[in-house]
Design a binder for this molecule. Structure first.
Ligand code: DGL
Length: 296
């Protein structure tokens, strides 16, 4: 076959970042979908949570995380964190030199697709809910939709503690989710990368007829489309190499990570993120200054 006819391919890794380990639920879906793609994951475990921080800080952290991934020569940046997606993706799309995929757009699209009665619930961190990103995205696709948002800040620590099926979790879920049930939603967006681990408790609380939208699954679909469109897919012959980097090694990391990924992580590197970033990404910081003057 003439080399002109060979499908274009790109062996560079897919870059994924999250404020911590939650983004591993997105990695799990990416590994399922792309067994031949390499992945570089960065979890900002030293600075988690992002969900309680200001928009300004989340935007700066998201750019730093992206600069780290670009330094590892990634071909796309997947923002596997709802908080960072809700607040920083429009800015990152403008600044970065590779395609950027957040979890909000794919999640909103899927919810509009699944909902029949147009009553859609959204749960997430305080910052994600406050940003109204899901609401804006859903209304752009379906102006007649009714969106019922609910911040569930206690869900993240419950997952990290491993209390996914605990009596306490059911009590807290009931307290957070009863309003959504009373509003008769038929679709619920799990707007935080930790929440897929609480699927059982959430489903039992809102009722089995409610369709739960997992941003990880929907984002993996969106990544596939972007890779295809930009001719960035790796060839099937490639032996993938996956790298996991953290800005701090949290207590019981392997145990928590295995819960998210449903497999062990063979090699994790902890980096001194502040030192690593020194002198990196100068061209992005200039654009960032300009972007700060804009309203997203
Ligand atoms: N990963 C974050 C998200 O999806 C949750 C944890 C945090 O607050 O940083 O929103």
């Amino acid at each position: 076959m003439n080399s002109n006819h060979l499908p274009a391919s790109d062996q560079r890794p897919i870059g994924v970042f999250d404020s911590g380990v939650g983004g591993l639920t997105v990695v799990k879906q990416l590994l399922k979908k792309f067994p031949w793609e390499s992945i570089v994951y960065f979890g900002d475990t030293a600075r988690i949570p992002y969900g309680t921080k200001s928009e300004e800080i989340v935007r700066r952290y998201a750019l730093e995380d992206s600069i780290f991934l670009l330094d590892k020569n990634v071909k796309v940046v997947v923002v596997a964190c709802n908080t960072a997606s809700a607040i920083a993706v429009p800015m990152l799309k403008e600044i970065l030199t590779v395609p950027v995929i957040g979890v909000i757009e794919p999640g909103a699209k899927a919810a509009v697709y699944y909902s029949k009665n147009r009553k859609i619930g959204v749960i997430g961190t305080a910052a994600t809910i406050r940003s109204n990103s899901y609401t804006k995205e859903i209304l752009a696709l379906s102006p007649e939709a009714q969106i019922i948002p609910q911040a569930c800040p206690l869900f993240v620590p419950l997952v990290e503690e491993g209390w996914t099926d605990d009596e306490t979790t059911y009590l807290i879920a009931e307290r957070y989710l009863q309003g959504l049930r009373l509003n008769n939603i038929d679709t619920l967006i799990l707007g935080c990368t930790h929440y897929p681990l609480l699927k059982n408790a959430i489903q039992k609380t809102v009722g089995k007829k409610v369709k739960l939208v997992d941003s990880g699954v929907e984002t993996a679909e969106a990544v596939e489309q972007i890779l295809k469109k930009n001719k960035l897919l790796a060839t099937i012959e490639q032996m993938p190499k996956n790298y996991f980097f953290l800005s701090d090694m949290p207590y019981k990391f392997q145990e928590i990570a295995e819960r998210f990924l449903e497999r062990s992580i063979p090699h994790v590197e902890t980096i001194n993120f502040e030192n690593y970033l020194l002198g990196k990404g100068e061209q992005f910081w200039k654009k960032y200054q300009t972007a700060q003057t804009k309203k997203y």
